[in-house]
Design a protein around this ligand. Structure first.
Ligand code: SF4
Length: 361
């Protein structure tokens, strides 16, 4: 049994259990505890994940007594976003309130909806979700990292970011690249992925989901063993001392060990491995770095996504010149590493990579 099946349900301040985010096994436990028949767990899954109801009263194949009891002990756990900013390129940034169960402290987290059109039709729609309030990793170039850590999101909080936006039906992909480090809140991330990909949940292919990490080794290993979703590793610099200067995690989990672990897995099949590489002017963007990167990734089935750095007052880095980025990309492609440049989206609303800040209430 996967470990995430046994996490405790998040208890709200009103002592009600959030149903959204619970796995089939957890719903079985809930139904057994309440004396409901066994099949009621599957009925609950259908209402929560297939029909996506917003109230327990709408679960009309449960008896009135069962619904009344459920209303006493549980709630759906949906929260609508409190704000939506729309970029001129169509990207939308949603702000969601979340509450920490232990302290009752309220904060806000952000999710970013990124539509991509082809011949004026919607070809792909990605939601970038957050998994923590703030982050412990402290990457020097990231606004979230400069805020410190304020708490983990539950699986329900993560799924609510999809379920409570008007564009839910159009979503084709989800990336865990918003606020927080997914491997540092892995129980909740795996539970959310389980809801997204299970038959009793949304039934999505794992190929529609990408989870990112700075390279937390134990979490990465568990994620790779327990999930089939794609993995994206934030690399950003192949030189150990330089990487450590921008990403403190390098000291605890060196890139060489991260790559050694990744080489133990098969990347030739359905699952994709990518490396995120943000281009910082004069720091990591010359051909010497490209050569070191190509050497480090040699023989590994993967791709590199280059990201233009978005300057902010909080980070002491500058954006690379377009010609430098093009030369770096070309070098990698010529040396056998598939390398793409990720389009910058939502920069005018601070929704681009590394700019998510959330808000404290
Ligand atoms: Fe955390 Fe990711 Fe920002 Fe690093 S880049 S501080 S892991 S949110």
């Amino acid at each position: 049994m996967a470990r995430y099946e046994t996490i405790e349900w998040e208890i709200r301040m009103d002592n009600k259990t959030n149903l959204l985010g619970m796995t089939l096994l957890q719903l079985h436990e809930l139904c057994a505890a309440e004396g409901f028949p066994k099949f009621a767990a599957k009925q609950l899954c259908d209402w929560l994940y297939k029909k996506r109801v917003e109230s327990i009263d709408a679960m009309t194949n449960l008896s009135l007594t069962q619904r009344a009891r459920l209303n006493e002990v549980a709630c759906i756990g949906r929260e609508t976003p409190v704000r939506c900013q729309v970029s001129k390129d169509g990207t939308k940034k949603y702000l969601f309130p979340v509450r920490r169960a232990e302290s009752g402290e309220r904060s806000c987290i952000e999710a970013v909806y990124i539509p991509e059109t082809k011949s004026s039709d919607l070809a792909r729609a990605t939601l970038c979700v957050s998994c923590q309030v703030g982050c412990k990793m402290g990457c020097h170039f990231c606004v979230t990292g400069q805020q410190g850590f304020h708490g983990n999101l539950s699986a329900g909080d993560i799924l609510n970011q999809l379920f409570s936006i008007p564009e839910f039906e159009s979503l084709t992909n989800v990336v865990f690249m918003g606020m927080g480090e997914p491997m540092d809140n892995l129980d909740a991330v795996l539970a959310a992925c389980s809801v997204l990909t299970s038959d009793w949940g949304l039934g999505w292919s794992p190929k529609r989901i990408t989870v990112s990490t700075v390279g937390i080794l134990p979490g990465m290993k568990r994620f790779l063993d327990e999930s089939q979703c794609h993995l994206a590793v934030s690399l950003h610099n192949p030189v150990p001392q330089e990487r450590q200067a921008m990403m403190p995690v390098q000291k605890v989990y060196p890139l060489a060990e991260v790559l050694a672990l990744l080489r133990q897995y098969d990347w030739g099949g359905q699952r994709r491995l990518s490396f995120e590489y943000t281009m910082f002017r004069g720091e990591n963007d010359d051909l010497a770095h490209a050569a070191k990167l190509a050497e480090a990734l040699k023989g590994l089935e993967c791709r590199v996504n280059l990201i233009r750095f978005h300057e902010s007052d909080e980070a002491p880095y500058k954006t690379s010149m377009p010609s430098t980025i093009a030369a770096f990309q070309s070098y990698l492609n010529r040396h056998g590493i598939t390398c793409t440049l990720r389009a910058s989206r939502g920069q005018d609303i601070d929704a681009a990579c590394g700019l998510l800040a959330g808000q404290k209430e």
